[in-house]
Ligand binder design. Structure first.
Ligand code: NAI
Length: 462
């Protein structure tokens, strides 16, 4: 048995970042992790491996569609799926080992096993019970599947199985047009699968700016992904190495079936809190099964905190990281804080999609007067040179004060471009502040400046 200032349960982006900050602040810190490697869902079966497959399949797409146009001729690469999976596994290993190195460097103990909390100030791992002044739950989330659909992670898979399929399916049905469905649907479409996305709502990517969502769907359809919208999946039956998906169209209640080699269920995620002993402890939960916390991440039980996917808010690795740093400062007696108004969201398809702050829809609902500055990548020299003219930058600013309220980008490097707008928003900047900032030419970031200019007297290259 050992005694710590802080024990963190879970080593995903929330947990490991929290541990490093706790150690930097001089606290004796341990992390409980039951997987064989550190890094949680994100590094092992989520963000990182999916980005490796997105990168590899994008290179293939470029070779097939754009190389010849640039005078690069020759045999188009063929897919060695085993090697692609080995590359992905190597990327995972490099990243998870990196966290192990950081733990050693910061003198953080890894308590190997699955943790539970037998009482305030105590964490059980296997047969050992450790003591901690502060316990931080960073146990993450797990796929929320649909009732009556059995996941075997071979034919009917979640994102986890979809990252390690035995072979590239001929026909992939994706249930849910959210982030996971579209990222992984893109991977397999580029690798040659026929991909059909079935979505309950009448549009893709719920919560996204409607204009961006529409453009995004059009671009994905051009890439060969088909969409069946307004359709509620009823059941998935497996037989003879394949599956039959039954759905009902909401507009007329008609029932349809579609055959697939593989079905990806991407209908959201739910907090993973099983086995922690929270019920016996009397920890208050929200009606949606999340751990209820106050603005300092404290639960109703003294000394127990929670962050990341296990609590309310967007299920994003970087939101968990920020909460990890903030709660570390709280337990160290400082003033940790997260600005939830400026948390970017990114979809890593090609083109990428990113957003921060308000959408036109939320501003309209609030009755707030706003203006829109929009600039198409067609007017951006760098994008034209790189076959990346599809998409636009859209900045929303307050009609009177010009203060930036939100931004939405679909286009090349959108996931990186969004951050200059995030910084501007953190500083309460106006669209004019961005517009007056010199941007290097020729870069994609000029499109951001042009959108800011469009909030004022007008973009130059529109
Ligand atoms: P999601 O919540 O983004 O999308 C789920 C979709 O499934 C929704 O559009 C919903 O309407 C639809 N749906 C639900 N039931 C259905 C039914 N019976 N039939 C048809 N459609 C149905 O969830 P997703 O994509 O599974 O992602 C889970 C979480 O992981 C999200 O919070 C997401 O933000 C996060 N994530 C973020 C990534 C990123 O930041 N790039 C990457 C992967 C995941």
């Amino acid at each position: 048995m050992s005694s710590y200032d802080v024990i963190i349960i879970g080593s995903g982006p929330g947990g490991y970042v929290c541990a490093i900050r706790c150690a930097q602040l001089g606290l004796k810190t341990a992390v409980v992790e039951g997987r064989d490697t550190l890094g949680g869902t994100c590094l092992n079966i989520g963000c990182i491996p999916s980005k490796a497959l997105l990168h590899a399949s994008h290179q293939l797409h470029e070779a097939e569609h754009n190389f010849a146009k640039m005078g690069l001729k020759g045999k188009t690469p063929s897919v060695d799926w085993k090697q692609m999976l080995a590359y992905k596994d190597d990327v995972i290993a490099q990243n998870t080992k990196g966290i192990e190195f950081l733990f050693k460097k910061n003198k953080i103990d890894w308590l190997k096993g699955w943790g539970s909390i037998p009482g305030a100030g105590k964490v059980r791992v296997g047969d050992d019970v450790h003591e901690a002044k502060h316990i931080i739950i960073a146990s993450g989330s797990t796929p929320a599947t649909l009732p009556g659909i059995e996941i075997d992670e071979k034919i009917v898979v979640t994102s986890e199985g979809a990252l390690a399929l035995g072979k590239i399916p001929k026909k992939l049905v994706v249930i849910g047009a959210g982030v996971i469905g579209l990222e992984l649907g893109s991977v397999y479409a580029r690798l040659g699968a026929e991909v059909q996305v079935i979505e309950y709502l009448d549009h893709i990517t719920p919560g996204m700016d409607a204009e961006v969502a529409k453009t995004f769907q059009r671009i994905l359809a051009k890439q060969g992904i088909s969409f069946t919208l307004g359709a509620a999946v009823q059941s998935v039956d497996t037989a003879k190495g394949g599956a039959k998906v039954t759905y009902k169209l909401r507009k007329d209640d008609s029932e349809h079936t579609v055959d697939a080699d593989t079905v990806l269920v991407a209908t959201g995620r739910k907090p993973y809190v099983d086995g922690l002993g929270l019920e016996a402890l009397g920890v208050t939960m929200t009606p949606r099964g999340q751990i209820a916390t106050d603005s300092h991440y404290a639960t109703n039980i003294k000394g127990i905190y929670a962050i990341g996917d296990a609590i309310t808010g967007p299920m994003l690795a970087h939101k968990a990281e920020d909460e990890g740093m903030a709660v570390a400062e709280v337990v160290a007696g400082k003033h940790g804080h997260v600005n939830y108004g400026v948390i970017p969201g990114v979809i890593y398809t090609h083109p990428e999609v990113s957003s921060v702050g308000a959408t036109e829809e939320t501003l309209k609902a609030e009755g707030r007067a706003y203006k829109v500055g929009k600039f198409s990548f067609m007017g951006n020299g760098r994008a034209k040179a790189n076959f990346a003219g599809d998409g636009f930058v859209k900045i929303l600013a307050d009609k009177e004060s010009d203060r930036i309220l939100g931004a939405h980008i679909i286009g090349p490097m959108a996931g990186d471009l969004i951050h200059e707008i995030c910084v501007a928003m953190e500083f309460g900047a106006s669209a004019q502040d961005l517009a007056l900032t010199c941007h290097a030419h020729p870069t994609y970031s000029e499109a951001v400046r042009e959108a800011a200019l469009a909030c004022g007297d007008g973009a130059i290259h529109a």
